[in-house]
Write a protein that binds this ligand. Sequence first.
Ligand code: ZN
Ligand code: FE
Length: 247
Amino acid sequence: SCMTSPLDVIRVPVLSDNYSWLVHDADSGETMVVDPGEAQPVLDGAAARGWTITQVWNTHWHPDHVGGNGAIVAATGASVTGPEAERAKIGHLDHGVGEGDAVTLGAHRARVLAVPGHTAGHIAFHFADDDAVFTGDTLFAMGCGRLFEGDAAQMLANMRRFAAMPPETLVYCGHEYTQANGRFALVAEPDNDAIRARMADVDAARAAGEATVPTTIALERATNLFLRAPDAETLAARRRAKDEFRG
Ligand code: ZN
Ligand code: FE
């Protein structure tokens, strides 16, 4: 809302191609991290800014998203919020949440979206008033997560929820997969000028060692084959083809 300062969101590269996201609210002094795949780079990133992590939010149970929970809790006493449906697989989970729950960082409120498919209990965090969504391994820049524990119909429903968000919404996802996703997208939709233009930017950014996320809902509507899929069969076929694609 207009009485709160904007959230400060910092990208922290962890492991080989994961991103953890440090989110700071200056009004309350709270700092949260989404999906700390490992602890030290996240703790260092917070310390460099004089921030202390008070909360950890997990999108799903995979170790590259929760592996840092224990060390961050030990170092800071932070509380851990994540999918109740995956409680048995997530270490240190304090607050189990699901569809429709509200979670807060200071006065900033995020709504929990159940977005199954990559894992059965996968959730996303949507800060509607801040035009930000943390999508974990569900929506990527030009891609979507692999269907390990769910099906294409579920993923299509997720994509439609993301597509319905305001176009300026910033999408903070869990991996730097954009270039590989875009190479596949160019093969699947060779005449899509928006994908071609975007890939020129992505290739330049990667050549310079720069990140390509966050992305926006507007960009994904124009260039994401999975968000653009007209039906579950099409999404399933694209997902299978992407699983086998070696670009
Ligand atoms: Zn994952
Ligand atoms: Fe992951």
